[in-house]
Design a protein around this ligand. Structure first.
Ligand SMILES: [Zn+2]
Length: 151
């Protein structure tokens, strides 16, 4: 090995140079500096495309729920809301089918089911109202007769 101080050839493994007595071990066998470990790069790239939920499906779901509630109270508005929920759900489902990244398929299906359910409740309400109008006087007369017989 070469002495870094005087440049003369010194024997391998010597602590000091035999020519100029400069220390040879210091600095000559410095451990190689370890390269800073880079953070592991993810194997897969996270997709930057944001997932969108179908607005039609959300609208259909909200309308469908409202349709069921309103159908129990006032059926004419319930029918409109039930139909709207049904139509919005179907439109939402079509929109989701056409656009691969779009979310809300379950929501659209629920909207269709709730819309249909709202319509059924409204229909039952209509039948109930008709029954009450046609049967009402008879029922009251029957109750009247029972009331009279008890007197
Ligand atoms: Zn030397």
């Amino acid at each position: 090995m070469k002495c870094p101080n005087c440049g003369q050839e010194a024997p391998e493994g010597a602590a000091f140079c035999p020519y100029c007595a400069a220390p040879l071990q210091e600095g000559t066998s410095a451990p190689p500096t370890q390269p800073a470990q880079a953070p592991p790069t993810p194997a897969y790239a996270v997709p930057a495309v944001p997932t969108r939920t179908s607005g039609l499906a959300i609208g259909g779901l909200v309308t469908g729920i409202l349709g069921i509630i309103i159908s129990c109270v006032f059926w004419p508005i319930g029918v409109i809301l039930g139909l709207a929920g049904l139509v919005l759900g179907i439109l939402g489902l079509n929109e989701i089918k056409k656009q691969p990244g779009m979310q809300g398929k379950e929501m659209a299906i629920i909207a269709i089911v709730l819309g249909a359910l709202g319509l059924v409740i409204a229909l039952l309400a209509v039948v109930g109202v008709i029954a009450l109008i046609t049967m009402g006087p008879r029922i009251s007369s029957i109750f009247g007769e029972i009331y009279n017989s008890l007197q």
